[in-house]
Design a protein around this ligand. Structure first.
Ligand code: HPA
Ligand code: ZN
Length: 337
């Protein structure tokens, strides 16, 4: 099963149209792009790069601080427009036809609604240009950052509520899972729900099953970012089934960060066996040295999945996408029969 994959199958996997729901916007920034921005602005962030030019960090906490250091070179709406193009060019090479990305007003104007609108306009306009050039549709999910605390999250939720529309489709939470509780953010999630945004939250990447239960019961999420550790408690798996929760699974991220020692230990297939809807995403692809093609190829190699299993991941992603129904129907028509 671990023999090298034949080239024909490898190419067939590359050629599949794909969709990913869990992609941190700044976390998808190619390191060369961030280095270039730093040079232009005379900001010294050399210490966040390895000699080979990749991002340098050890462990999740350090990852978050390197992420924030990389993000600190992005200052203006124009910088974020350039980031949009850099990210979509990379993502389009994987034949991704639909992506949802986590956008953080904390990094774009500090949670001020008027400033956020300017960043959003720059991002959205560039995404529209990229869509017509590259055939990839991007939608935004605004995320508060757990380790910035519930008060900052309220300002972010207000940015989300004020800019809900064709592009901003959802609200979620990322960041350090060991800070506080899901329910500390209930006010923000309530505000987002009232603004008719869809909801997702990172849970059970690091902490145990109760995090997913709390995200479902206390925040009312429709999807969970990761959710993988919930496999340890069948009552939480049952709750996921009952509420028709879709998991945004990022296998390569989980293995790279050491949530599981090897992909063969990952519960993605166990969730499928239990009937839970799973999808596959890259999380922060250059940080975790992954791509959608690699994720798919690794699942085929380690779990013996076939093309139909991979296409099921893409259909699950489009079914659970926070986009409007017209977009969903149009994208579904681009998938193989
Ligand atoms: N997990 C949680 N928070 C994050 C991540 C992640 O992978 N990337 C950026 N913020
Ligand atoms: Zn994530």
């Amino acid at each position: 099963m671990n023999e090298p994959m034949n080239e024909e199958l490898q190419q067939a996997i590359c050629d599949l149209p794909k969709a990913e729901l869990h992609l941190h916007f700044e976390g998808a920034a190619p390191p060369a792009f961030i280095r270039g921005m730093a040079q232009e602005k005379n900001i010294d962030i050399a210490k966040i790069f390895n000699e080979d030019g990749s991002y340098a960090y050890q462990g999740f906490e350090h990852f978050l601080s390197v992420y924030e250091a990389a993000t600190s070179v992005l200052k203006t709406p124009e910088d974020f427009a350039r980031l949009t193009r850099a990210v979509l060019e990379e993502t389009a090479t994987q034949n991704v036809i639909y992506a949802e990305t986590f956008l953080s007003p904390d990094f774009c104007g500090g949670g001020d609604v008027a400033a956020w609108r300017e960043y959003l306009q720059a991002i959205e306009e560039e995404a529209a240009r990229c869509e017509s050039e590259m055939g990839i549709t991007l939608k935004g999910v605004i995320t508060c950052i757990r380790h910035f605390g519930p008060e900052k999250a309220k300002a972010v939720a207000l940015c989300a509520a004020e800019t809900q529309g064709d592009f901003i489709r959802g609200f979620g939470m990322a960041g350090a899972e060991d800070m506080g509780k899901q329910s500390d953010f209930a006010y923000s999630f309530d505000m987002a729900r009232e603004a008719e945004l869809h909801l997702t939250s990172h849970a059970c990447e690091w902490r145990g099953p109760s995090e997913a239960r709390d995200a479902i019961m206390d925040l009312g999420v429709e999807r969970i970012g990761h959710g993988v550790r919930a496999i340890q408690d069948s009552s939480v798996v049952d709750l996921m089934l009952e509420r028709d929760i879709t998991l945004e699974v990022c296998p390569g991220s989980n293995v790279f960060l050491g949530v599981y020692p090897h992909l063969k230990n990952h519960p993605i297939q166990a969730f499928r066996d239990a009937g839970v809807k799973v999808t596959v995403s890259t999380d922060d692809p250059p940080f975790f040295h992954t791509t959608m093609n690699k994720e798919f190829q690794d699942l085929v190699q380690v779990f013996g999945w076939g093309i139909e299993d991979l296409n099921e991941m893409t259909r699950n992603a489009l079914n659970a996408a926070f986009c409007d129904e017209t977009t969903r129907d149009t994208l579904m028509k681009r998938l193989p029969e």
